[in-house]
Design a protein around this ligand. Structure first.
Ligand SMILES: C[S@@+](CC[C@H](N)C(=O)[O-])C[C@H]1O[C@@H](n2cnc3c(N)ncnc32)[C@H](O)[C@@H]1O
Length: 222
């Protein structure tokens, strides 16, 4: 099965050092949750994030919502030919059961992920739909154990959606960055067997995901 890892995703709870910042306290009052229970989000916490390490790659949970909706609502996913993992910037991994149906509303998605952070697992009738574990990228790759890892990056070797789809087989792992700005860290890039660029411009991660997966889907199940 093809594996898609959305790596270094800009998805995390507000870190401890920012929890007393005014912008965090204001959003915690608005959502009626403790500062430690809410997702870091640049649209609310811009002022608090200004001095954060690696700030440009953090606080965009909305991007991950888009990526997941693209990847988990397509025939490839429903027909068990694709598994999806979120690796986060703070080294956690989210695992998804095949039967999971993610909320289309961002507000409900954020609530679900906050609940996942606090409980570690989301279950339905004893079945784990979502699970989050402390795990770095290297351990996730060991866990998936693919025969080929293709990194997608605007700095990769020039290719096309179709050409990348032709390089994919059943045991491939495709890596897309879950961040808005910046590039993959060296600790992630070192795992790539190939790095491919599919457009002359940097594009949003969900566009890259939907187009490569569509080309692959046409090749194997249409
Ligand atoms: C919004 S981009 C990150 C921004 C970054 N400045 C860049 O140039 O890739 C998010 C992810 O989408 C994928 N991506 C964006 N543009 C791409 C391109 N032209 N070719 C291949 N992958 C791309 C990469 O995986 C990237 O990490």
């Amino acid at each position: 099965m093809l594996s898609l890892v959305i790596a270094e995703s800009a998805l995390e709870l507000v870190p401890k050092e920012l929890q007393n910042h005014n912008s965090v306290l204001a959003s915690s009052r608005k959502f009626n949750k403790k500062p430690s229970e809410i997702l870091l989000d640049v649209s609310w916490h811009f002022a608090a994030m200004k001095k954060m390490k690696n700030e440009i790659k953090r606080g965009r949970p909305d991007l991950i919502h888009f990526c997941l909706l693209e990847a988990c609502s397509i025939p490839l996913y429903f027909e068990n030919r694709l598994q999806v993992f979120i690796h986060t910037i703070d080294d956690r991994v989210i695992f998804f059961d095949k039967s999971v149906r993610l909320p289309k509303s961002y507000h409900r998605f954020a609530g679900l992920i906050e609940k996942l952070y606090s409980e570690g697992v989301i279950e339905d009738n004893g079945k784990k739909l979502l699970e989050i574990k402390k795990m770095n990228f290297g351990d996730l790759i060991k866990n998936i154990s693919p025969n080929k890892i293709i990194g997608l990056s605007s700095k990769g070797d020039s290719s096309s959606y179709q050409q990348v789809s032709e390089e994919i087989d059943d045991d491939t792992c495709m890596i897309v960055g879950g961040f808005a700005k910046g590039q993959f860290s060296d600790s992630i890039k070192k795992y790539f067997d190939k790095t491919r660029s599919v457009d002359k411009n940097p594009l949003e991660a969900h566009i890259i995901i939907s187009r490569v997966l569509y080309e692959y889907e046409k090749r194997i199940i249409m």
